[in-house]
Write a protein that binds this ligand. Structure first.
Ligand code: HEC
Length: 122
């Protein structure tokens, strides 16, 4: 392809101009990525909900345990509190009948996400 003729006396000025044009396009290309970031956040939310759904059978939908049942309500419980218990179950530090098995099916990052999820429920 033939390069576009440069009318300026100094050809470097033309190169500088096209560089400047590239910088102008940068924010535009970042803007184009924004929906992708939103989509990926949605995916993450869905994944976390799916992980938390594994607790619903015993701790109630979204951690809202049925009134009068023995099991602990997770909804609205401070994240650090829930996470500390989960990690203690996982390491075997806190003895349990089932929770030590269940928590071993989750990575520490997944337990963190689940604890954050329940803390945000009312
Ligand atoms: C099969 C039923 C069952 C499922 C499923 C289950 N739990 Fe539990 N959970 C229990 C029982 C029973 C206890 C009491 C400890 C024990 O004996 O294991 C408990 C205790 C806990 C506690 C400690 C509460 C406290 O402070 O005494 C937390 C936190 C907890 N579960 C979170 C979760 C999370 C998060 C999930 C999902 C990843 C989950 N549980 C899934 C039955 C279950």
């Amino acid at each position: 392809m033939k390069p576009t003729p440069c009318a300026r006396p100094d050809p470097r000025a033309c190169r500088r101009r096209s560089l400047r044009a590239a910088w102008c396009l940068l924010p535009l290309s970042l803007l184009a990525l924004a929906p992708l970031a939103a989509w990926s956040a949605d995916q993450q939310r869905l994944r976390t909900r799916a992980l938390a759904a594994g607790c619903a059978q015993c701790h109630g939908t979204d951690g809202r345990a049925v009134e009068g049942l023995a099991l602990v309500r997770l909804a609205g419980r401070p994240k650090d509190d829930t996470l500390t218990q989960l990690l203690a179950f996982r390491s075997g530090q806190r003895p349990a009948t089932v929770m030590h098995q269940i928590t071993r099916g989750y990575s520490p990052e997944q337990l963190d996400a689940v604890a954050t999820y329940f803390a945000a429920q009312k």
